[in-house]
Design a protein around this ligand. Structure first.
Ligand code: PEP
Ligand code: MN
Length: 280
């Protein structure tokens, strides 16, 4: 880890943490923030319905991907740039912050104008031009770990963003590729405490892509909270079996509500400052 010495991502002492404050939603040490929404936006009606439901269950940030990096070019590629209009609607209809994936620097201006948080997916963790481009804007960026990246490689990718001025980076563990095939990836749960030891940046976990199975999402989510994660990004769809992508790992609205109640109890026991749900 010598290459991490004297980097901007480096943790300098045991109290050194970056907590991002976005309109009173805090992301970082001491807080637990849930980002939830479909794998990809499909229609305005579905987006608004899902957003209102996850907000009711206590999520603070809506996952609303307009672009999908898919293994096959013949599968759903996302709503596309016209979906920026949908983000405006979601802002008008809910109090949620909006989080969306950026695949290309060509879309930076349009996405940054409406989204509150940008995401760089695992396949782009090594896209240095994209990292530098989001480094020059004043907006939080979720950086997902590449499925074969070491912690050092992951943190040096984050350093590309911090080094040019943007210190609001959130690291996301989304599972690594191993010999196991039952799960889509292998959730590297120790990435959470290890990264929190090495860096002051917030660390969240994606229990959906790391497991690939709806039945395992709750366990992975609770494990992440217990391991010290600062939040989660969970795929939720009102009718997972009809989802254009990743339905097999998406929770439906009731499953999400139940999980949020359980996480809320755990977060309270762990003394997290902000995990408030708006449930009655
Ligand atoms: C995603 O979050 O939409 C996604 C494709 O995940 P990952 O980049 O981790 O594969
Ligand atoms: Mn997905």
């Amino acid at each position: 880890m010598n290459r991490l010495l004297e980097t901007k991502v480096q943790k300098l002492n045991s109290e050194h943490y970056t907590v991002i404050d976005l309109n009173d939603v805090h992301i970082g040490e001491g807080h637990f923030t849930v980002i939830a929404g479909p794998c990809a936006l499909e229609s305005e009606e579905l987006a608004v319905k899902t957003a209102k439901a996850v907000e009711h269950s206590g999520a603070k940030v809506f996952r609303c991907s307009l672009f999908k990096p898919r293994t096959s070019p013949y599968t759903y590629q996302g709503y596309g740039i016209d979906g920026v209009q949908l983000l405006k609607t979601l802002h008008a209809e809910t109090n949620l912050l909006l989080e969306t994936e950026i695949l290309s620097t060509d879309h930076l201006e349009a996405l940054a104008s409406e989204a509150d948080i940008l995401r760089i997916g695992s396949r782009n963790m090594d896209n240095y031009e994209l990292l530098k481009a989001v480094g020059k804007i004043n907006k939080p960026v979720i950086l997902k770990r590449n499925m074969s990246a070491t912690f050092e490689e992951f943190l040096l990718a984050a350093e590309y963003i911090l080094s040019v001025g943007n210190e609001k980076v959130i690291l996301c563990e989304r599972g690594i590729r191993t010999f196991e095939t039952y799960t889509r990836n292998t959730l590297d749960i120790l990435a959470v405490p290890a990264l929190k030891e090495l860096t002051h940046l917030p660390v969240i976990v994606d229990p959906s892509h790391s497991t690939g199975k709806r039945s395992l999402v709750a366990a992975a989510s609770k494990a992440a909270l217990a391991a010290g994660a600062d939040g989660l990004m969970i795929e939720v769809h009102p009718e997972p079996h009809r989802s254009y992508s990743d339905g097999q790992q998406s929770l439906d609205l009731l499953e999400f509500e139940k999980l949020m109640k359980e996480l809320s109890e755990m977060a309270n026991l762990l003394g997290k400052k902000s995990f408030s749900t708006v449930l009655n």
